[in-house]
Design a protein around this ligand. Structure first.
Ligand code: C2O
Ligand code: CU
Length: 452
């Protein structure tokens, strides 16, 4: 039996308050099993893995330029690390096992210590067996405040996630199965916002809210509608847009973030709707009171972060990245362990995809860039699936017909699409570049770049 959302709709889910906390020295960030009420109250709490016993983990909130110090304590029975997604920090703090650090064994600790260079909405999650550890609940927001934040009446961090639940609301143990790996990843049957099925808040009519949306799901692409709001996107993946963009719908690929300034215009309610193939339902709802009027003025842009401007694109080297494989793909085989192997053997080894014909991490980087160099990557999605390509340690811009697009750290590519991005390689070290549908990266969609 499959749990449908409807089966869970009987009781209204409880509201949830934000849990801000100011960083203070090496605060402990403990990853451990916990039981959390992600399903409605008539179900028992779901056994998950969580940071600090909460799903999502407590928001780490600092000011731009602040030092962040967290001691990861591994209370799991398998090794783990923490990756600070989207933060342009020192390579040694990037949390990639076998590349920037050793995985932290059960019972072990690791001290993460870095300065947050950019204001914006970021998040943290494990980078070991991510297809299991993220799917079991290990994720939390990391908010870096601007020195001069826009003036708003309220702010909410909304972490979108999905879960694959059994009828008793325990997690399905089907992690990393070949069907998920070779198709669209582990798509859950229960969507949550901040760990509850229908997040509930309150607002005054006319309020200007800042909504920080984060997609912490392993593979789900959210398509969100905004009802009862006049909303503008002010930042993508933490980085401000030069001009706020008025929106009624928001796409949120795996790992992506969208910052909205949303004026409450609804009479009784203002909602965020999640659209799925068979319709839409509210995943977050504000009960609206009062009869204030919305501001006349559109929001102004957030102050830009110190990301270097792209250099000459004409002189920039172009790396090509061909994405192949997956169900309904044409791939017949790929390199694995230095040998060309047929598809059937790849599948036996848990691989289903290849980047430039390689189904495991190449020994050589896709790009070796000189520090400060502007580089281009042309990505060709020769598969029947969308992919959310994420570069560590940098933000890039898509090169569009009308010029470079906004800065992002994760770009959603449609099936068959070719996308070119460019970035300034200004952060020394070895950096992963992978699909953030984390089942895909485990099954072959992972490469890396070197900045020297
Ligand atoms: Cu969100 Cu390689 O990470
Ligand atoms: Cu993918």
């Amino acid at each position: 039996m499959r749990i449908t959302r409807r089966a869970f709709m009987g009781s209204a889910a409880a509201g949830l308050v934000a849990r801000p906390g100011w960083a203070d020295g090496f605060a402990e960030l403990r990853a451990a099993p916990a039981a959390v009420q992600i399903a409605p109250q008539e179900y028992a709490p779901t056994p998950v893995w969580a940071y600090g016993g909460q799903v999502p983990g407590a928001a780490i909130r600092v000011r731009q330029g602040d030092r962040v110090q967290r001691r990861l304590v591994n209370g799991l029975d398998q090794p783990t690390t923490v990756h600070w997604h989207g933060l342009r920090i020192a390579n040694a703090m990037d949390g990639v096992p076998g590349m920037t650090q050793d995985a932290v064994p059960p019972g072990g600790t690791f001290d993460y210590d870095f300065v947050a260079p950019d204001a914006g909405t970021y998040w943290y999650h494990p980078h070991n067996r991510t297809w299991e550890q993220l799917a079991r609940g290990l994720a939390g927001p990391l908010i870096v405040e601007e020195a001069e934040a826009p003036e708003v009446d309220g702010e909410h961090v909304l972490v979108f996630d999905d879960w694959r639940l059994e009828p008793d609301a325990t997690l399905s143990e089907s992690f990393g199965n070949m069907h998920d790996l070779s198709h669209g990843g582990r798509i859950g049957n229960w969507v949550t916002v901040n760990g509850v099925g229908e997040w509930a808040g309150t607002a005054q009519r006319g309020d200007r809210l800042r909504l920080r949306l984060i997609n912490a799901a392993t593979a789900r692409i959210f398509s969100l509608g905004l009802e009862g709001f006049d909303a503008w996107v002010v930042a993508l993946d933490g980085q401000p847009l030069e001009v706020p963009q008025r929106v009624e719908q928001v796409g949120l690929g795996p790992a992506q973030r969208v910052d909205l300034i949303a004026d409450v215009t609804g009479t009784d309610e203002a909602m965020i709707i999640s659209y799925e193939a068979d319709g839409g339902y509210a995943v977050a709802a504000f009960a609206v009171s009062g009869d204030g009027a919305a501001r006349d003025a559109a929001p102004v842009a957030l102050p830009p972060n110190p990301v270097p401007a792209l250099g000459s694109l004409d002189n920039a080297p172009v790396a090509e990245l061909r994405m192949e494989g997956g169900a309904m793909g044409r791939m017949r085989g790929a390199m694995l362990g230095g040998e060309q192997v047929p598809m059937r053997e790849l599948v036996g080894a848990g691989k289903a995809w290849a980047l430039n014909g390689m189904a495991d991490m190449p020994e050589e980087p896709l790009i070796e860039a000189a520090l400060g160099e502007t580089v281009r990557v042309r990505m060709i999605n020769d598969t029947a699936w969308p992919h959310a390509m994420h570069l560590h340690g940098h933000h890039f811009r898509q090169l569009r017909a009308d010029g470079p697009g906004p800065l992002r750290d994760t770009i959603l590519m449609q099936r068959g699409e070719t996308v070119e991005v460019a970035f300034v390689a200004d952060n020394p070290g070895d950096w992963l570049f992978h699909c953030h549908m984390v089942e895909h990266s485990a099954a072959g969609m992972m490469t890396w770049m070197r900045v020297v």
